[in-house]
Design a protein around this ligand. Sequence first.
Ligand code: ATP
Length: 811
Amino acid sequence: MKIAILTSGGDSAGMNAVVRSAVKAAILKGCEAWIVREGYEGLVRGNAEESPIYNPPPATPYSDFPEAAKNIIKNLRFGDGQLLKDGTGDYASGRSLKGRYIVRVGWDDVRGWFSEGGTLIGTARSKEFRTREGRLAAAHNLIKEGIDALVVCGGDGSLTGADVFRAEWPQLVADLLVQGKITDEQAINHSHLKIVGLVGSIDNDMSMTDLTIGAITALHRICEAIDNINSTASSHSRAFVLEVMGRHCGWLALLAGVAGGADFLFIPEQPPKSKPWEDEMCAAIHQHREVGKRKTLVIVAEGAHDIDLNPIRAEYVKDILTERLGLDTRVTTLGHIQRGGRPCAMDRILPTLQGMKAVDALLAADPETPSYMIGVQENKITMVPLMEAVAMTKAVSTAIEERDFETAMKLRDPEFRESLEGFFATSTYPQTKKLAPSKVLLVSHGNAFLYTGAPAGGINAATRAAVRYCIGQGHTPLGIHNGFRGLLDDELGELTWLGVDSWMARGGSELGTNRTLPSIDLGAVAAKFQEHSLNALMMIGGFEAFTALQIMEEGRKHYPAFHIPMVHLPATISNNVPMTEYSLGSDTSLNALVDACDAIKQSASASRNRVFVVETQGGQCGYIATMGALAVGAGLVYTPEVGINLDTLKRDVRFLKARYKLDEKGKAEGRLVIRNEAASSVYTTEFITKMFKEEGGALFDSRSASLGHTLQGGIPSPMDRTRAVRLSLKCMAFVERHHDLLMQQPQKTRVCTPESAAVITIQSSSIAWVPVREMVEHADMVHRRGKTVWWADMKDLAEALVARPQLGALH
Ligand code: ATP
């Protein structure tokens, strides 16, 4: 099969990762990979007759591969396709592409693409393709090159165009045949067009997927701007009105509002309910100022309007704040800044996985199957009928146009709705406190990270959300400083609404962390619970917090004080808490790794061929190393789960030598190897670096870099902050529910169920509560990680995406 990949509509970060992975997946599966430049415009223009069509050298048949290489390939569970031994095509070689829009590409053409923003193959809005004539030309151009499988990455317009093209294809082929432009054989061989769509859009405006490609990077850009604005706003006690993109979808504005701790926001799906909305906004902001806030932030989505659909503009909001509240107010419009820039970690990882899935979908497609759109739900790559998703997306716009905002909200995914609830719960000062149900809630940070006692991005945001929710509900939130040690030393106090205001963007741990477990003196810990009349406990931390929960749950046999609802919200950069696919802090950490590795790779390529062995934290869990390798294109990954032995090292030296021999002469290449700190106690980072240096000889040099504590990241990523809010509020709902159940029992004999001591987890795209007793069964307590992990296959995948075509040279 010949597969062509194009990007269309507005550009977004992550499109290059899609192209890279789809090209590589196509080659890995024995297909030819082609690129269409300039979106549909390139399809319509095709290749000028006189321009030479580049043909990479003949492929090496799989049957000719040495046995060792075949075994590795089998283990990778990819098909027995043919491979391009010399992967360099026109892009990498710099050959002229003038007059050629449909270009065959090889493996190395797309090397390193995913660290670049936008789309390197160009995108355009094509008027011609909207016409039948244009699509006829496009069909002709594809058939001339023998292509009838298309990967389209673009917005809903581009995906609609793809669907129209597919539906029309048989008729287009018939017309071309009648016009004598194609032969009978071509018509028969290309009677069916296979297409698959991926959503590249910074607005996150497509239904049936949690995330569109580029949306998280855009959110990063917005949050960077907010964090910068916040300091000046606070210094001058100013108000800022920030306009962000989103004509029909308020996702960027909403998530930025949650992550940035905004005071008020305007999104198309849910305009302010009251009339005039100016009063509602001014009342909320006035209240925040009364409580003592020195800064004000209002976020306006580009497509914001009131309930009568009158546009709400940032300038107008500014005038209101200035005139009515007397605030020194400024407007910042971010515009195209939101589109650009290097993709964040998730906009490299998810598009990589989606691009691979797209190729699978094309290989499985037949004339009867619908065209699919590749999406994502939490960590899971999904496939949904493309036109269903487009229709649902359009239904949101229609609902908004009809002022049916309830339906518009229902049509958005649950995360969107929960984020909006989260915004109101954490950003609005409670006007009237509910009657205090005399609860006291204890918010504590367990130890976030075993080796260093280090914090993880998002724990302050989670605490802030819990504290504000509690205050809104009439509970009293207590913060314990320095974990269980702090509790025993009475280092605890009430947390206030204003006190936690700036915690959203803060790294580190405002409450401090400590490794001490309650087993240090379980009786004394129980006594402190009693002394402070605690009604519930929430712990935010890593494996330590999970262990602490287990100890206290068992301690219920002896200590009635532990008969309260207790939850653990996993937060650790290692992501080693069993049964959950995600822990707070792991996204921040991956982004820190991506930043560092991009810089290292650049340095490694600057002077001579150099292999950098990068050491990561992670304890006995290889998550950061593995996902980091996938995000930065590291060719080799060493994890504690797989370990290192002499055979691996010999194979890896052979690979590096073979790879450097294939590189273009005179051009320095940097390569990355990622090694988790605990991958082996013998084959250390220093050992491996020296070994590569020695073995590399004249071919390549080697250096090491230890990322150490930089992986905790400075400022938490937007994803860690927004997830922190969402998960934290779910934890609060959990403790309230179990507290109510407990209160229904007679006071003297109140006993908690095992379910009331639980960990909040994310499993296969949904949130699940797992009682700590059950968690223990899934935990490898010796190595402090889960017994099984969802990302186990990613190591092979990361290595395959870099190494695969060179395996033939390993003998
Ligand atoms: P963005 O979200 O950035 O606007 P988009 O993919 O929605 O991206 P559009 O301009 O709507 O951007 O569409 C991109 C291209 O897709 C158009 O220029 C056109 O060539 C093609 N296209 C869109 N809709 C159709 C259609 N109904 N029929 C044929 N082609 C279409």
